[in-house]
Write a protein that binds this ligand. Structure first.
Ligand code: PGA
Length: 268
C-alpha cells in the first residue's frame, strides 16, 4: 500500500481536563459541526468517566472513541484499573504509553508492551506514544531512546498484530505547556527512524500499512507546516483538541492535505 493511500488520523487527547458535563458539551459541539471525511479518521479520547456519555453522543457520527489507558489483565483485583473487557463496546482505540504516564505514574516499557499486546488481542487499535526528554535530546540520544522504546514496546506483537498499531512520535519537551516547538523536519527525522525500525522488525510492507503520526503542541496554526511533510500521517492533539473550532480546523487541514496526496497516487 502506498503511504498516501492510507487514511490520515487526528486524535484528540483530553487528558484529565474536562468534567463529565464539560465533556458532554464539547462532544456535542464537535458532533454538530463534524463532516464526514473521506481521507481522515477522527478519534477523541475523553477520561474514563466521560467515555460512556461521550460515546452515546457520538454513536451516529464518524468520530470514534479512544481511552487514555487500559490494564493488561482482563479482570481481577486491580484497584483503580480498567480492563479491556470493561472498555469493549465503548471505545475502539486506546492511547498506551503516553509520556505523562511514564513520567508521573512510573510506567515502564515492559508494562506498556503488555498493554499493547492486550489491546490488540481485544481488538482495540493501540495509539502508542514514543518520545525523548529534553535532557536525552540535549545529550544527542533522541533517536536512540525513541527507537529502543519502540523495540521494547512492540516486541510482543506478531507482524499481523503490529499492522494496526498507530505509532506516535511525541517529544516530551514539546508537549504543552512547553513553549518549545519541534520543527517538522526534526519530527520527520525521528518518524523516519521509527518507520525504518518497524520495517526492519516486521517487514517493509507492514511498516507501509501502519500510521506514523506526530504529537506535541499541535494546533490550528502550526498543523499546516507539519502536513507539508509526507511522512507525518496525522496528529495526537492535546490542549488544542479541547477547543472545538481549533480541533475541527486541524481536521479540515489534514483532510485537505490527505486529499491532495491521494491525487498524486499513480493510476488513481
Ligand atoms: P499537547 O498534548 O498537544 O497539549 O502538547 C499532546 C499529547 O500529549 O497528547
Amino acid at each position: 500500500m502506498s503511504i498516501n493511500a492510507k487514511k490520515k488520523i487526528v486524535i484528540g487527547n483530553w487528558k484529565m481536563n474536562l468534567t463529565v458535563p464539560e465533556s458532554i458539551i464539547l462532544s456535542e459541539r464537535i458532533e454538530k459541526e463534524m463532516a464526514s471525511y473521506k481521507y481522515t479518521d477522527v478519534v477523541v479520547c475523553p477520561s474514563f468517566l466521560s467515555i460512556y456519555p461521550v460515546s452515546s453522543i457520538l454513536k451516529d457520527s464518524p468520530i470514534k472513541i479512544g481511552a487514555q489507558n487500559l490494564f493488561y489483565e482482563e479482570k481481577g483485583n486491580f484497584t483503580g484499573e480498567t480492563s479491556p473487557s470493561q472498555l469493549r463496546g465503548f471505545a475502539d482505540y486506546v492511547i498506551i504509553g503516553h509520556s505523562e504516564r511514564r513520567i508521573f505514574l512510573g510506567e515502564r516499557d515492559k508494562d506498556i508492551a503488555k498493554k499493547v499486546k492486550t489491546a490488540v488481542t481485544f481488538g482495540f487499535t493501540p495509539i502508542v506514544c514514543f518520545g525523548e526528554t529534553l535532557q536525552e535530546r540535549g545529550d544527542g540520544l533522541g533517536k536512540v531512546v525513541v527507537t529502543s522504546q519502540l523495540e521494547a514496546v512492540l516486541g510482543l506483537l506478531t507482524a499481523n498484530e503490529v499492522a494496526n498499531v498507530i505509532v506516535v512520535y511525541e517529544p516530551v519537551w514539546a508537549i504543552s505547556p512547553s513553549d518549545r516547538v519541534c520543527a517538522p523536519k526534526d519530527a520527520v527525522y525521528i518518524i523516519e527512524a521509527l518507520r525504518n525500525l518497524t520495517g526492519a522488525l516486521y517487514g517493509k510492507d507492514m511498516a507501509e500499512k501502519m500510521r506514523f503520526i506526530y504529537g506535541g503542541s499541535v494546533d490550528d496554526k502550526n498543523a499546516k507546516e507539519f502536513l507539508k511533510e509526507r511522512l507525518i500521517e496525522g496528529f495526537l492533539v492535546g490542549g488544542a483538541s479541547m477547543d472545538h473550532n481549533g480541533f475541527l480546523s486541524i481536521i479540515r487541514d489534514v483532510e485537505k492535505s490527505a486529499s491532495r496526496s491521494s491525487k498524486n497516487i499513480p493510476g488513481k
